[in-house]
Design a protein around this ligand. Structure first.
Ligand code: FES
Length: 118
């Protein structure tokens, strides 16, 4: 079975508000990151084939901004706007995984430690 899109990108844009103690991806550039993906999708004529969706919290807030790519199930964390072009050109266009951004066991352990400090 094939899905509607070749690549489906979820970008967390969750916003907790300034009174929250917890981090959120909006304050890490989530909204700008999504707009950059949308710009590149249009620029490469991939509208309808690649989709950049706003996402609510992906539950990795302390590692924001978070970007997930399906169907590969690639989780990129600590993403900055300046990383988007590389993600697009390598992971969307060439199916490559960017090692310095992809979440691994160290990321999950860092997340666990950060959560314990809360
Ligand atoms: S706020 Fe983005 S993962 Fe939770």
């Amino acid at each position: 079975m094939k899905g509607k899109y070749n690549k489906h990108i979820f970008i967390c844009i969750n916003e907790r508000g300034e009174n929250s103690q917890r981090m959120d991806c909006a304050s890490c550039g989530g909204k700008e990151i999504r707009l950059e993906f949308v710009k590149l999708i249009n620029q490469y004529g991939l509208k309808g084939k690649v989709r950049a969706n706003k996402s609510g919290c992906l539950d990795v807030c302390e590692l924001g901004a978070a970007v997930v790519i399906y169907p590969e199930n690639i989780w990129y964390v600590k993403v900055k706007v300046k990383d988007v072009k590389e993600i697009f050109e390598r992971s969307i266009l060439k199916d490559e995984v960017i090692k310095r951004l992809v979440a691994d066991k160290n990321s999950w352990s860092e997340l666990e430690k950060a959560r314990k400090r809360l």
